[in-house]
Design a protein around this ligand. Structure first.
Ligand code: IPD
Length: 282
């Protein structure tokens, strides 16, 4: 699908806005994190949880984005969104890695992306500016279309690039699992296929950070089935702009999202696409 992107001046302004709101929401979730985080509600299954801070972070992001960009739409993981007239939608995950947040594992992030197209249509949308912020490590992964991707920590800023890995049996591969038992069983079968073919597997617990890890060369590749647009929107852009390859069926999305160093493109996409067809869609 041919989706026209805004000009670079607007994209740069929206990248800065994404970074700013992701940072302020990230500080909120860390500063206000109680010693014992409680589950406020469950969603698709008993282990798909929402904490009070997921909703507070979403409310904060929504208010900041509505104030700065009243004509844009907002689609977020938690309750509350907005329709718009500008053709731009903010796709936001107020805490990606909620289970890590619940347990105090320092691998969660606020993910904010400006996209064109309809994020509810597989293959029908594309991010063009975004940021993923891990408030515990103070790492901000930012990108905009055509302008590369960077990691900002304090005053330090450096461009991101994936690894030079070009051999599947040397690849460190990140993945994640959904919340429903039936899906997890199928995902486990795919891992069983993959495990003997790669260096090792990692399951960090945040899809947004997994995509940024491919961008930063912290893993060689990542794949997952069952992702929502808010899990992947900003990380997809960061990975592509860093020079990684990102794909899936009809592009990255619920059916499959994969990302890898460019040298792994053919081998990795073949193995995860075949495995997904066999185990998840069979
Ligand atoms: C989840 C995380 C996790 C992934 C799940 C996502 P949430 O998002 O990104 O790593 O494996 O598929 O649902 O629920 O923490 O926002």
């Amino acid at each position: 699908m041919d989706l026209a992107l805004p000009d670079d001046a607007l994209a740069a302004a929206l990248e800065a806005l994404a970074a700013d709101v992701a940072r302020s929401a990230g500080r909120l979730v860390v500063d206000e994190r109680p010693d014992a985080v409680e589950v406020a509600a469950t969603k698709s299954t008993a282990t798909d949880v929402v904490t009070a801070m997921d909703q507070a972070s979403q409310d904060h992001l929504l208010a900041r984005l509505r104030e700065a960009r009243p004509d844009d739409a907002v689609l977020g993981e938690e309750d509350g969104g907005a329709t718009g007239t500008s053709g731009i939608t903010w796709v936001i995950d107020p805490i990606d890695g909620t289970v890590n947040y619940l347990y105090g594992i320092p691998a969660y992030a606020v993910s904010v992306a400006a996209v064109v197209g309809d994020p509810s249509v597989p293959g029908g949308w594309r991010p063009f500016a975004g940021a993923v912020y891990n408030p515990v490590t103070d790492e901000l992964f930012g990108a905009r279309a055509g302008a590369g991707a960077r990691l900002v920590r304090g005053d330090d800023q450096r461009p991101l690039s994936p690894t030079a890995c070009d051999s599947l049996d040397q690849a460190l591969v990140a993945t994640g699992f959904g919340y429903a038992a039936e899906r997890r069983e199928r995902q486990g079968r795919l891992v069983l296929d993959l495990l003997p073919q790669v260096r090792d597997i990692r399951r960090a617990g945040s899809a947004a950070l997994d995509l940024c890890s491919v961008a930063a060369g912290r893993v060689d590749a990542y794949y997952e089935t069952g992702l929502n647009p808010w899990d992947l929107a900003a990380g997809w852009l960061v990975a592509v702009e860093a020079g990684a390859v990102v794909g899936g069926f009809d592009g990255p999305g619920e059916a499959l999202t994969w990302a890898c160093a460019p040298g792994l493109r053919a081998a990795f996409s073949n193995v995860v696409e075949d495995g997904t067809r066999r185990h998840l869609h069979g």
